[in-house]
Design a protein around this ligand. Structure first.
Ligand code: B12
Ligand code: SF4
Length: 559
C-alpha cells in the first residue's frame, strides 16, 4: 500500500539551504470548510497523534493543545485517536500497525525527534503526516527527512478530515494548506480524551495572531497580524468541562491577550476611519465579555495568559482580568535598555524606571507577571545580566524566564542571519548551522549568532547564573508571600522549582550530568505539584450565561 518513494536518510545541505520559505508564510489562505463525502475506512485503521519529545517527565506542566484540537478534528468514523505525548512517555512503535495514520505536530525545538518518530511510524507501515508551526515553515523537510507522506501547513482544524479521508483512500497528497481559519472555525478540544493524572494545567486558546512585529518572533508571520478572537461560548464551554473534571488552573494559550491598544484606536480615529475604530472597540468589548463570563466561574479557578506590556495603560482591562481571576500573565520584557528594545523592534516597551512602574501596574491591579527576558542581544554587556535580575526583583515580578537569543525560523532575525551565513556557511558535522534543529542535541551549539563582545559560553554561564539567583530558595520563599495560605506558598515554591528545573537546567545546561539530575528532580517535583493544583471535580457545574447586552455596556476605551 505504500507506493511513495523511499525516505532519504541522508541530509542534503543543498536542499536545506533554500531561503526561509516565505511563500509558505505569506500565501496562507483562508479555506472553505471541507465538504467531504464520508471516507470508507479500511478495517482496523487507527489514527495516532504524537507530540514528540526527547525528554519525558511522566508529568507535564501544560497540555500540548494541538493534540486535543486535532482529536476533535478527527471525524467520528475514524474512532477516537490514540494520543501520545512524549513529554509524558516515549512512543511505543509497536502500538502502530500497518495502514494506521500517524499525525506528528512539530515546532522547531522538537522537529528532529519528530522526524525520528516519523521514520519509525513509516517503518511500521503507517501513513505519516506532519503539521504544526515547523511543518508550516518547512513542509518539505518532513517529507525528506521524517518519513512523511504528507505535510500540512497552517491550521489543522478543518483540513485534517480531508487528510484522513485521502489516507483512507490510500492517496494522501504530499502537501495540504490548512490556511488561517476564521475564529468561528476554531474547534473545541476533546478534553474527554485527556489521560488521568498527567498534566498540571490544561490549555485553552482564546485568541490567535498578534498585530506587533517583534524581530525574534514568528507568530505575526505564521498566525498573522490580524488577531483572530474566539467567541466566548466555545472558550467557556471548554473551561467548564475542565473544571467539571477537577482542573482549576488553566493556561490560556494566547499569543497576545490584549489585541487592541489605545494607540490603535486613536490612530483609526485620527485617520477618520470610523469603521475600523468601531471594529477595534468591538474586539475590545468582546474581551470584556469573555472576562465577565470567566468571573462567573467558581471562585477557586485561576487563569494565566500571555500579554504585551502595553496592557498596563488600560487599568479597566487589568481590573477586568483581576475579576476574571486571570492572575498571571507572561509579559515579554525582553530587554531592560532602550538600545536592546530597539534591536528587537520592541520599542513600544519602556525601559528603566518607567519599565519598573509599568510592571508594577500589573501587580497593583492583581495580575502577577512572568517576565520574559532575552540574553545575547548585540547590545548586551556583562553588566546587563546583573542589571536585568536587579530590575526583575525591583519590579517585583512573580516569575521570570531568561532565554538565550535563538533565531527561530520565520523571524526577521532568522532571515538576516541566514543572509549573513549564505556568504560563508558554518557547518556542524555537515549540517549548516542555519538548520540547527537538524543537528543532534549533544553536538548542537547553545547559541548560533556570534555576539560582538561576549563568547557563547560566557552568555550561557551568565544566563544560568541569573536563573540561579532569581530562583534561589530564599528568593522564591520571599516572593511566595504573594499568596496567603501555607498550602499556597508551598505550591508557589514547588512550581518555581519545577519551572527552573524544566526550563533552565534541562535547556541551557551543556553538562549532561547536570541535565540528567535536573530531569530526575523535575520528574519528582512534578508529581506532588500537580496535586496542589487540582480541586474536587464539579460534574454539575453549569455554563455561565452571557449577561444580556453585555457587549453594549462594556467599557469603551476613551482615548
Ligand atoms: C502556549 C504556548 C506555549 C506554552 C505551552 C506549550 C505547550 N506545552 O503547549 C509555554 C509557555 C510553556 C511555551 C513554551 C515555549 N514556547 Co511556546 N507557544 C505557545 C503558543 C502561544 C500557543 C501554542 C498553542 O497551544 N496553540 C494552540 C494550538 C491549537 O495551535 P498549534 O499548536 O499551532 O496547532 C495548530 C496548527 O499548528 C496545526 N497543527 C499542529 N500540530 C499538528 C499536527 C498535524 C499532524 C496537523 C495536521 C496539524 C497540526 O493544527 C493545530 C490546530 O489548528 C505558541 C504560539 C502559536 N501561536 O503557536 C508559542 C510557540 C509555539 N512557542 C514558541 C517557543 C519558541 C517556545 C519556547 C521555546 C520558549 C522558550 N524560549 O522557552 C518554549 C518551548 C517549550 C517546549 N519545549 O515546548 C514558538 C515556537 C517557534 C518555533 N518555530 O518553533 C511559538 C510559535 C511562539 C513564538 N514566539 O514564535 N509555549
Ligand atoms: S513577541 Fe509577543 S508581541 Fe511580539 S510579535 Fe510575538 S506575540 Fe506579538
Amino acid at each position: 500500500m505504500d507506493s511513495s518513494p523511499p525516505v532519504s536518510q541522508t541530509f542534503n545541505p543543498a536542499l536545506h539551504c533554500a531561503r526561509a520559505p516565505e511563500d509558505t508564510i505569506l500565501n496562507l489562505i483562508n479555506i472553505e470548510t471541507a465538504n467531504l463525502a464520508p471516507a470508507i475506512i479500511p478495517k482496523g485503521m487507527r489514527v495516532h497523534l504524537v507530540n514528540p519529545s526527547d525528554m519525558s517527565f511522566g508529568t507535564a506542566v501544560i497540555t500540548p493543545r494541538w493534540l486535543y484540537v486535532l482529536a476533535s478534528a478527527t471525524p467520528a468514523t475514524f474512532g477516537d485517536p490514540v494520543i501520545c505525548d512524549e513529554t509524558l512517555q516515549q512512543l511505543d512503535p509497536a502500538s502502530i500497525n500497518p495502514g494506521d495514520v500517524v499525525g506528528i505536530g512539530i515546532h522547531t525545538g522538537n522537529a528532529l525527534r519528530g522526524y525520528e518518530v516519523g521514520k519509525l511510524a513509516r517503518a511500521r507501515g503507517a501513513w505519516v503526516v506532519f503539521g504544526g508551526i515547523h511543518a508550516t515553515l518547512y513542509p518539505v523537510e518532513g517529507l525528506q527527512l521524517g518519513g512523511a507522506h504528507a505535510a500540512v501547513k497552517g491550521d489543522g482544524d478543518v483540513i485534517w478530515a480531508e487528510v484522513l479521508s485521502d489516507c483512507a483512500k490510500g492517496e494522501p497528497k504530499a502537501m495540504y494548506d490548512g490556511g488561517r481559519i476564521e475564529p468561528e472555525q476554531f474547534l473545541n478540544a476533546r478534553w474527554d480524551l485527556l489521560p488521568a493524572d498527567s498534566y498540571i494545567w490544561p490549555s485553552v486558546q482564546t485568541i490567535r495572531g498578534c498585530a506587533k512585529h517583534c524581530s525574534f518572533c514568528s507568530v505575526w508571520r505564521t498566525d498573522g497580524q490580524r488577531p483572530r478572537q474566539r467567541q466566548s461560548d466555545g472558550v467557556i464551554q471548554e473551561i467548564v468541562e475542565l473544571r467539571r473534571k477537577g482542573f482549576r488552573f488553566i493556561a490560556l494559550a494566547d499569543d497576545n491577550f490584549y489585541p487592541v491598544t489605545f494607540t490603535d484606536i486613536r490612530l483609526a480615529q485620527q485617520q477618520g476611519n470610523q469603521q475600523r475604530a468601531a471594529q477595534l472597540q468591538d474586539t475590545r468589548a468582546q474581551r470584556f465579555e469573555l472576562m465577565d463570563r470567566l468571573a462567573q466561574l467558581p471562585k477557586d479557578m485561576v487563569f494565566y495568559t500571555q500579554i504585551t506590556m502595553e496592557a498596563a495603560e488600560d487599568t479597566d482591562f487589568l481590573d477586568a482580568m483581576n475579576r476574571a481571576r486571570i492572575r498571571g500573565a507572561l509579559v515579554g520584557v525582553e530587554a531592560v535598555t532602550e538600545e536592546g528594545l530597539k534591536a528587537v523592534f520592541k520599542d513600544f516597551n519602556l525601559s528603566g524606571d518607567n519599565l519598573v512602574r509599568q510592571l508594577q501596574t500589573f501587580r497593583d491591579h492583581g495580575v502577577h507577571v512572568l517576565g520574559s527576558f532575552i540574553f545575547g542581544l548585540p547590545t548586551d554587556r556583562p553588566d546587563t545580566f546583573d542589571a536585568t535580575v536587579a530590575l526583575a526583583k525591583k519590579a517585583d515580578v512573580t516569575f521570570a524566564q531568561f532565554v538565550m537569543m535563538t533565531p527561530f525560523p520565520g523571524t526577521v532575525d532568522f532571515n538576516n542571519w541566514e543572509k549573513v551565513q549564505a556568504e560563508d556557511p558554518q557547518l556542524v558535522e555537515g549540517t549548516p548551522i542555519t538548520r540547527y534543529w537538524l543537528i543532534p542535541p549533544h553536538i548542537r551549539p547553545k547559541m548560533f549568532t556570534p555576539h560582538p563582545t561576549m563568547s557563547s559560553d560566557e552568555i550561557r554561564e551568565r544566563t544560568q547564573g541569573v536563573w540561579d539567583e532569581f530562583y534561589s530558595l530564599a528568593a522564591v520563599w520571599h516572593r511566595s508571600r504573594c499568596v496567603k495560605s501555607l498550602k499556597g506558598r508551598l505550591a508557589f515554591v514547588l512550581i518555581s522549582r519545577l519551572y527552573r528545573q524544566m526550563y533552565a537546567k534541562t535547556g541551557i545546561s551543556t553538562d549532561s550530568a547536570r541535565k540528567k539530575k535536573a530531569n530526575w528532580s523535575a520528574r519528582w517535583i512534578a508529581k506532588p505539584c500537580r496535586l496542589l493544583f487540582l480541586a474536587k471535580p464539579m460534574p454539575e457545574l453549569k455554563i455561565p450565561v452571557l449577561t444580556p447586552a453585555f457587549v453594549a455596556v462594556a467599557p469603551q476605551a476613551s482615548v
